[in-house]
Design a protein around this ligand. Structure first.
Ligand SMILES: O=C[C@H](O)COP(=O)(O)O
Length: 250
């Protein structure tokens, strides 16, 4: 049985004052059954981890370098993030693929390093609107999955987040049938590649304009094990009901 998960991605938002929201969230989630993760900017990781000590909320990072150390000015290694208190890292988010030219091969290298450092790698895949309109959704997402996941993946070391690029921050959400189609295809691809035992332990999150008002119907989709949430993760009052909806779906 896969443990449900809801991860909040603060993206490039948040300063020290935002830690109050994190404290509020930790309080609101004190009885959460699902794994709850907040990924603040790296500047807040250490303090966020301290705020969440002895709570049900874990903290994660939004990216790491593929190397373990060295001359990479401005970058952070997976080991450093782990050292700061992170338990997971988001990799290959479409914003990083677009803003920083990250390829599937780069994402795969980062995932390997993250897993070695003891972090859960949350690997993002998703089609653009042009891909979807051209009928290429499953081909594009399948290719990203195949090339971004390392071969030595174990069920609990990676999480896959399906995030249609056109749904991120837009308020547009795929139909539950569209989400189901992609998640079923992702699960089938994982089973084919890794075998049932490993594949069925990998959690599949949906991301893209998830909010309290649509969480229940998204979480009712069979292969959806939780969500990767952007905008609605910034305020405890918005995020806690999503966690509650996920708990209610289990
Ligand atoms: O990482 C989170 C996703 O990009 C979703 O963002 P959003 O919930 O603001 O659409």
């Amino acid at each position: 049985m896969r443990r449900k998960m809801v991860a909040g991605n603060w993206k490039m938002n948040g300063t020290a004052s935002s830690l109050t929201e994190l404290g509020n969230l930790a309080y609101s989630c004190k009885s959460a059954k699902a794994e709850v993760l907040i990924c603040p900017p790296a500047t807040l990781l250490y303090r966020a981890a301290n705020v969440c000590t002895d709570s049900k909320v874990e903290v994660g990072a939004q990216d790491c370098h593929s190397a373990t150390y060295g001359a990479h000015t401005g970058d952070l290694s997976a080991e450093m993030l782990h050292d700061a208190g992170a338990t997971a890292v988001i990799l290959g988010h479409s914003e990083r693929r677009a803003d920083h030219g990250e390829t599937d091969q780069v994402v795969r290298a980062k995932a390997k390093t993250a897993i070695t450092a003891g972090l859960t790698a949350i690997i993002c895949v998703g089609e653009t609107l042009a891909d979807r309109e051209a009928g290429k959704t499953l081909a594009v997402v399948g290719a990203q999955l195949a090339s971004s996941l390392p071969d030595d993946t174990r069920g609990t070391t990676v999480v896959v987040a399906y995030e249609p690029v056109w749904a991120i921050g837009t308020g547009k959400v795929p139909t539950v049938e569209q989400i189901a189609e992609v998640h079923n295809d992702l699960r089938a691809s994982l089973v084919k590649r890794f075998g049932g035992e490993t594949a069925n332990a990998i959690r599949l999150l949906y991301g893209g304009s998830v909010k309290a008002s649509n969480a229940k119907e998204i979480f009712a989709v069979a292969q959806v094990d939780g969500a990767l949430v952007g905008g609605a993760s910034l305020k405890a009052a918005d995020f806690a009901p999503i966690v509650a909806a996920l708990d209610a779906s289990t």
